[in-house]
Design a protein around this ligand. Structure first.
Ligand SMILES: C[S@@+](CC[C@H](N)C(=O)[O-])C[C@H]1O[C@@H](n2cnc3c(N)ncnc32)[C@H](O)[C@@H]1O
Length: 252
């Protein structure tokens, strides 16, 4: 793996990522709606989900691609994937990390990287790798942990400060040490520029998980909340409202 710092934080006992999804049906549905909307009507030969964890989204990606590769640096997540995905010959599992992918140039026509950007305070190397392993004209879907979401925008406005262009560390005080996994939010405008510099042009933006709130969870039945979420994703994209922004990108 060369001299890259290992990104195997999710091997640790603090990261029971499968359990993390307990009770998060709305977020799961919101992300599925977004991925389906971005990929609708397309079909790919080889897809790779970079930092795919235990394969939460691999089955969904399988609806759009002949073969899916789960590319994940954590041994433990790959072990969980054994149970979660079961024996599925159309899904390969490879231990590798985003800034040093083990794949040849142009190996895939679809690359996804979802819920990984918040662990990448300086994502230039990872974006370059995504671009490298995509074939010319290939498609990528990258999720951005959004610093400019509606509530934050209001907070910065009240403090009469602009939304920072630099990533903001959102770890609690006790977790702010070097051996703890980085946790940042990014300014999506800056991320779009960083991706463009890597040769990935943004074609479409969606604002995702717009209705993530305990109050709305109590007030709105799940199906209604997901239906509203679907309506809001393209509309609120213009102002980067949601805590999560999904980008559809094309190489070249
Ligand atoms: C919040 S989980 C998201 C997993 C999956 N993408 C999903 O949405 O369910 C973050 C994942 O990013 C992986 N990760 C962290 N740093 C990484 C890096 N530098 N390269 C690739 N994956 C990384 C972790 O091992 C973990 O599986």
């Amino acid at each position: 793996m060369g001299d890259k710092k290992r990104a195997d934080f999710y091997d640790g006992p603090a990261h029971d990522y499968l359990r993390y999804w307990d009770g998060r049906d709305y977020e799961q549905a919101a992300e599925e709606v977004a991925v389906r909307r971005l990929l609708r009507g397309r079909h790919f030969g080889r897809a790779v989900d970079v930092g795919g964890g235990y394969g939460r989204l691999c089955v969904l990606l399988g609806e759009f691609a002949d073969r899916v590769t789960l590319a994940e640096p954590s041994e433990r997540q790959l072990e969980v994937a054994e149970h979660f995905l079961g024996v599925d010959p159309s899904i390969d599992r490879v231990r590798t990390q985003a800034d040093d992918l083990v794949f040849e140039d142009g190996s895939f026509d679809l690359v996804t990287m979802i819920r990984v950007s918040h662990h990448l305070p300086e994502p230039t190397a990872e974006f370059a790798e995504i671009s490298r392993v995509l074939e010319p004209g290939g498609t990528a879907v990258v999720e951005v942990a959004n610093l400019a979401h509606g509530l934050n925008r209001l907070r910065y406005l009240l403090r009469r400060e602009p939304v920072p262009t630099e990533p903001v560390d959102i770890r609690s005080a006790e977790n702010r040490h070097d051996d703890e996994i980085p946790f940042v939010n990014h300014n999506p405008r800056v991320v779009i520029e960083q991706l463009a510099a890597a040769g990935l042009r943004t074609e479409r933006v969606l604002s995702v998980s717009n209705l993530r709130s305990p109050t709305l969870k109590r007030l709105l039945p799940h199906r209604l909340r997901v239906a509203l979420e679907g309506l809001l994703q393209p509309v609120l994209a213009k102002v980067y409202f949601g805590p999560s922004v999904f980008l559809l990108l094309r190489k070249g």
